[in-house]
Design a protein around this ligand. Structure first.
Ligand SMILES: Nc1ncnc2c1ncn2[C@@H]1O[C@H](COP(=O)(O)OP(=O)(O)O)[C@@H](O)[C@H]1O
Ligand SMILES: [Mg+2]
Length: 361
């Protein structure tokens, strides 16, 4: 069985690594031939929106999936006429647009920050008046790692924010003074089986995920998150892994965004759960029984951003698992991560402090 993966980044690499024990083979499509996926499978080089490249990928595999969210929907629809393409293209279409995504959450009864579509400076002023300051202006499409966002704290921020982002369709959201950020990662298989991982607590800096801790043991939040997740999964007749990010304020979940793919906040599952998100994604799209999502310890996942810490020092930490994606270091670029698995939350925090001291500044 050959799986085609659109995108050969670290997510693609980890998918392939999880798939080899299941006798799966992988082909990637990526614009760059030295992307991480190339270390573990052939890359067909080409643009994500180039029909000829997509056709070459489809022709070489039995099933197509994606690890990259900005694949043009039309191109993927074309692929889907020749090969099964999962997760469903419709889930990708909605999650590419923050406005459609928030509207869907609303339709499914999942709380979101207040939001307005913004297409003009006048419209932005009206939206700011309605939502109130502080608020966050975001491009509807193509944002990631905090890119394409501006915080509006005072009236004089409105004009410069419009100057910076106004060339594209926008969404204005109320700023949520959250107590914490969490995410739920879960799988639904082509047979309709659903399994969710325990909630993860995520810490961002400059819009980029730095540290995830799992499991967040919180029975009522877990129950609410699973209910929201299941609604989204069932809505799309979904197959694969899907992630929803939430803010927690006054003990309640407020949905921020979703990703129709394996997710950075699920990396801890490779060593920290009975079955990894990557294996469960493959099981889900192949209609295999889903694996146990139980945690096997108390985990922390630390992203290596822009630079790697010394590998030998990290590996000297008990329960440390080092992942170097083999990417050229650049400021703000995720080039690796480490997962710590400990017997208790206290022990995890101790090991985490030790790991964080090793990060280059
Ligand atoms: N409405 C908001 N209120 C408060 N913080 C926000 C809001 N929107 C985004 N953020 C902060 O910025 C981070 C990145 O924004 P997000 O919408 O998740 O975009 P990205 O696609 O870049 O992950 C969030 O994880 C959160 O820390
Ligand atoms: Mg996010």
């Amino acid at each position: 069985m050959r799986i085609g993966v659109i995108g050969a980044g670290q997510l693609g690499r980890m998918l392939a690594l999880a798939g080899y024990p299941l006798a799966l083979q992988f082909r990637f499509l990526d614009a760059s031939e030295d992307s991480p996926g190339g270390q573990v499978g052939p890359i067909i080089t080409g643009a994500f929106d180039d029909p000829a490249s997509l056709e070459r990928l489809a022709a070489a595999v039995d099933l197509v999936t994606y690890e990259f969210e900005n694949v043009p929907v039309r191109a993927l629809q074309q692929v889907a006429t020749t090969r099964p393409c999962l997760p469903p293209v419709e889930a990708l279409r909605v999650s590419q647009d923050r406005l459609l995504e928030k509207q869907l959450f609303g339709d499914l009864g999942i709380p979101t920050p207040p939001f307005r579509a913004v297409d003009s400076l006048g419209g932005l002023r009206t939206a700011v008046a309605e939502i109130g300051l502080p608020c966050v202006l975001k491009t509807r499409r193509l944002g990631y790692d905090g890119k394409g966002q501006r915080y509006l704290r005072k009236a004089s921020d409105v004009q410069p924010a419009w100057q910076a982002l106004g060339a594209a369709p926008l969404i204005l959201e109320g700023f949520i003074a959250f107590e914490r950020e969490v995410s739920i990662v879960g799988a639904r298989s082509t047979r309709g089986e659903v399994r969710a991982y325990p909630l993860v607590e995520n810490m961002h800096r400059d819009g980029i995920l730095r540290v995830s801790r799992a499991p967040l043991r919180h029975a009522s939040l877990q129950k609410a998150a699973e209910r929201h997740l299941r609604r989204v999964l069932d809505h799309f007749d979904y197959a694969g892994i899907l992630t929803i990010e939430f803010f927690v304020r006054r003990g309640r979940l407020i949905a921020n965004e979703m990703a129709p793919r394996v997710h950075n906040s699920g990396h801890w599952t490779i060593e920290g759960a009975a079955t990894s998100q990557f294996e469960n994604h493959l099981r889900a799209i192949l209609g295999l029984p889903l694996g146990d999502t139980r945690p096997v310890g108390h985990c922390a996942m630390v992203n290596f951003i822009g630079a790697l810490p010394p590998r030998d020092k990290v590996l000297a930490i008990p329960g440390a698992h080092y992942h170097d994606y083999g990417k050229a270091p650049r400021p703000g670029r995720k080039i690796g991560h480490c997962t710590l698995v400990a017997a208790t939350a206290t022990e995890r925090e101790r090991l985490l402090r030790r790991l964080l001291r090793l990060l280059p500044r």
